[in-house]
Structure formats: C-alpha cells, structure tokens
Design a protein around this ligand. Structure first.
Ligand code: ADP
Ligand code: GN1
Ligand code: MG
Length: 372
C-alpha cells in the first residue's frame, strides 16, 4: 500500500486512542526505515503541553501486528517489574503503551493499517551518530543490561514477528534468487557487490553450526540494536531506555552486539556516499565491548564472548546483503529518499566488512582483553 495513502488515516487513528487534551500538532518524526513515526503535541488548560509518539506499523513487513504488540506488552510488563524492584522509574526506563478507547494496544484503521502509541520519554535524546564516546559506552551498557534483565524471560512465549529475521543463510538464498530474477535490470551494473556477497558464503554458517552443536544459546534479543534505539538522558548522560521493541524475538546475543557495531562504530553514516570516510573505529569497538560485557553482568557464555567480533562482521555483511537485495528487487523494503539509496547503504556496509577483515586481529584481541 502507498505510504502516503496509508498515513492519510492518521486523524482517524488519533481519534481512537485514549489521548488527553487538545491536539496541537502531528508531525513526522525520527529516521526509521520501516514504520511511520509521528510526534503528537497535546495541550491541556493550566497544564501545558505533553507529547506522544504515534506509529503506523508496516504490516507488509510485520505480517501479524497483533503478535508484535503482544511481544512488546509481555516484555515491557516484565521489565517494569524489575525496574520497580530496583527503585527505577518505570515511566521512563521502558516503553509505556497508550491504549485505544476500547482498551487495545493498537488501532486497526478502516484500510487495515495498524497504529500504536507510546508516552514520549522526555529529557532524553536518540543519536544518529556517536558524538561522544561516553554515549556509545552508555548504549552498549544499556543493550547489555537489557539482555541481562531478560535472561530469564520465557523466550518460547515470544512470537517470531519476522520469520528468519537474522537467518543469514535463508537471506543468502533469497539474495541469489533476486539476483537471478533481476526484475529491474540492475544486476549487471553491481556485479562487484554481488561477487562480494558470493565470495563470503562461509560466513553464513558460523552461527547456525554453533547452535546446532549445542554451543550457542537462543536468548531473548532485541534484533535492531542501532544507536538511535537508545534514549540518553540529556542531564546525566546515562542511557534511560531501550526503545523500538518490534523485533524482540528469540535470537543470538552476538547478533545484537554485532548490529550495534555495524551502525555505531562506523566513522560515517549508513548511507554515506564517500566510502573514504567509512571505517570501523577500533576505539569505539573497544568502548562498546567494554560497556556491553559490563551490562550483561556475566550472563554470556565463553563461546558467545568469543563470537562477538564474528557477530559484528556477520551483521554488517547481512545488512549490506539486505540493502543490495532490496536495491535489485526495486526498493520495496527499506524506505529510500533518493535514487540508488539502498545501493549506497549496501556499499558502506561492505566497506565496513572489508575494514573489519583488515582489523580482525585487533578486534579479537580487544574482545579477549575484556572477555577473559
Ligand atoms: P523505527 O522502527 O522506525 O526506527 P522507533 O520506534 O525507533 O521507530 O522510533 C523512531 C524515533 O522516534 C526514535 O529514534 C526516537 O527518536 C523516537 N521515539 C520512539 N519512541 C519514543 C518514545 N517513547 N519517546 C521519545 N521518543 C521516541
Ligand atoms: C531497519 O526500523 P529501523 O530503521 O530501526 C531494519 C533493521 C536494519 C536497519 C538498517 C524491521 O531498522 O533490521 O538493520 O533498518 N528493521 C527491520 O538501518 O527490518
Ligand atoms: Mg528505531
């Protein structure tokens, strides 16, 4: 469905939530590639304004939005109990869902789109790029802590909201089919990138082989651990909240670690066109390893720790392959804002993979330093 058409039902959605006050404004918000996010401002006499996040879930990608919301309700309720037990602030340290007028965690509009709303977490910022090393450390600690807090959550009660989300082997098969079909006639011009993927097939077997051998535990994982999915407190500089819980599912912790490195330890934006600017910063890598392991509080096994660098390379490779797949397939999955956007994104990821290959000894030594 056309996005603009889908979003035209925003007013209808707004009128169906238990929002308080008069709507002053509703504006597009954030930089996500999948869902549509809006910032709503409400006013109340004598009480000033308050803000709310409203999101339209992309139900072409999340085929069962009810299950996404069931996972989020389950995980946030569980986290809330632990936050309260630790004298934390449950209104700020996890997402708080605003229900619809008939008590549901989502609203299905008249054309079939799903909407959900959260209280806005005030006084905190999501960063698109590391500005201070401390912020990256904080994000690492927060994702590690998230892993630790959920380590006893019954993973089998979670729905797999996108089947095979980080199943790199099945994504590799899809990639080969898309290259073969070449529906947009784009393959011949990106042969170098296609070969880059094909030459690294051995990467896709590392984690499944370890899992099958019983050496890698399935855990509750976030699966989209980008820096911009952590809110950092504007005053204290501490991470306040892990957000964007749509992809919380059973998975491998090393992938959560890896996805953070792919995005946050890069010296350039995910869609930078000048590849000279793109590399994996070893100081940032070290800072993330340190923070993540501290946050995990010893919950990771020695095998998981030994696979952290592999997770970073794998997630970067997988993401680059996903961008290239979408480019070849006609840009249906990730939102694009310019011609060739997904190809630019793919190229930064492959540049990072190459850089990690060159820095492999340094990466493994850093992991050994903090993991032993
Ligand atoms: P996407 O899946 O599109 O990345 P997110 O859930 O991450 O969507 O939301 C997009 C942006 O909206 C975030 O990066 C953050 O800046 C902001 N955001 C989301 N939820 C909240 C919240 N509860 N409070 C404040 N800001 C939020
Ligand atoms: C998407 O929604 P967003 O922008 O946080 C994608 C991630 C990718 C990421 C690349 C559901 O995340 O898997 O790593 O883009 N989310 C989904 O930036 O596919
Ligand atoms: Mg996000």
């Amino acid at each position: 469905m056309d996005r603009e058409y889908a979003c035209s039902k925003r007013e209808e959605a707004i009128s169906n939530f238990r929002f308080v006050g008069k709507l002053e404004s509703a504006t597009p918000y954030g930089n996500g590639h999948i869902n549509d996010t809006f910032l709503l401002v409400f006013s109340q006499p004598d009480m000033g304004n308050h803000r709310v996040i409203l999101q339209r879930l992309n139900n072409e990608i999340f085929k069962k939005p009810e299950e996404v919301m069931a996972n989020i309700l389950g995980v946030t309720s569980y986290l809330k109990k632990q936050i309260i037990a630790n004298n934390g602030d449950p209104d700020r340290e996890t997402l708080n869902i605003i229900l619809t007028k008939d008590g549901k965690p989502f609203y299905k509009d008249s054309i079939g789109s799903y909407w959900r709303a959260y209280f806005f977490i005030e006084g905190a910022t999501c960063f698109e790029k590391v500005e201070k090393e401390e912020d990256f450390y904080e994000s690492a600690y927060a994702f590690g802590h998230f892993q630790m807090l959920l380590s006893d959550y019954p993973a089998d009660t979670l729905y797999e909201t996108i089947v095979g989300f980080h199943d790199t082997a099945s994504r590799f098969e899809t990639f080969k089919k898309v290259v073969q079909a070449d529906v947009c006639g784009r393959a011949s011009a990106v042969q170098e990138e296609i070969n880059f993927v094909l030459q690294r097939e051995e990467l896709i077997h590392i984690l499944p082989d370890m899992f099958q051998a019983g050496k890698l535990p399935l855990r509750v994982t976030h699966n989209d651990t980008k820096l911009n999915n952590i809110m950092i407190d504007n005053c204290t500089g501490k991470a306040v909240c892990v957000i964007d819980l749509d992809t919380v599912m059973p998975g491998f912790a090393v992938n959560d670690f890896g996805d953070s490195i792919r995005f946050g330890a890069s010296t350039a934006a995910e869609d930078e066109r000048d590849l000279e600017k793109v590399s994996c910063d070893m100081a940032l890598f070290e800072c993330y390893v340190k923070g993540y392991l501290k946050g995990c509080e010893g919950k990771l096994t020695d095998t998981e720790v030994s696979l952290l660098a592999a997770g970073a390379k794998l997630m970067t490779f997988e993401c680059g392959m996903r961008f290239l797949t979408d480019y070849l397939d006609g840009d249906h999955y990730f939102k694009i804002h310019r011609e060739g956007h997904n190809l630019d994104r793919c190229r930064t990821q492959f540049k990072l993979v190459q850089d990690m290959e060159n820095k492999w000894d340094t990466m493994t030594k850093i992991v050994e330093k903090y993991g032993s």
